[in-house]
Design a protein around this ligand. Structure first.
Ligand code: FEO
Length: 169
């Protein structure tokens, strides 16, 4: 008896997304290390915390695949991109990454809708909401930095920005 409740295409898409969440964690980890190495302790703290959140997303995906009686495939995680060149660039890269991740999540949601897999469609709505929050957060940070001068932010503005990042729970 086959108790797998996912179609082959959805099983593959969810496994791919699971690896993407692990990749996201690697990105945040890499940027956090970059921030720490450059003296931005507050930003590093925020990014390290976010790396753990992405790990949680990966686990959420993994658990769902198991829960539906399907096969989990843990595979190699691609290397993160180059380090950012500035704090402003760091959050531009974060924003671009999140938008890219949103597109993958929309694709799975669309696929589950087409296949009338309402359990997966429902499961994906949590990720859609999470992406809205993450994109909004990154956009707000970019707006703040734009007001503070963007790439030309003064040392003083950078200090204040980093200190405020360290206060985010
Ligand atoms: Fe797991 Fe930032 O999306």
């Amino acid at each position: 008896m086959n108790s797998n409740r996912l179609s082959k295409t959805i099983e593959t898409a969810l496994n791919t997304q699971m690896t993407k969440e692990a990749y996201a964690s690697q990105i945040y980890l890499s940027y956090a290390a970059w921030a720490s190495m450059n003296g931005y302790a507050g930003t590093a703290k925020f990014l390290f915390k976010h790396a753990r959140e992405e790990q949680n997303h990966m686990m959420k995906m993994l658990k769902y695949i198991l829960q539906r009686g399907a096969k989990v495939v843990v595979t190699v995680i691609p290397a993160p991109p180059e380090h950012p060149i500035s704090i402003n660039n760091c959050f531009e890269k974060v924003f671009e990454h999140e938008v890219d991740n949103t597109k993958s999540i929309y694709q799975i949601s669309k696929l589950s809708h087409e296949q009338e897999d309402w359990a997966t469609w429902n499961f994906m709505q949590w990720f859609i909401q999470e992406q809205v929050e993450e994109e909004t957060f990154a956009m707000d940070l970019l707006d703040k930095m734009k007001i503070a001068g963007g790439e030309q932010m003064s040392r003083n503005a950078l200090y204040t920005f980093d200190r405020d990042m360290g206060k985010i729970d």
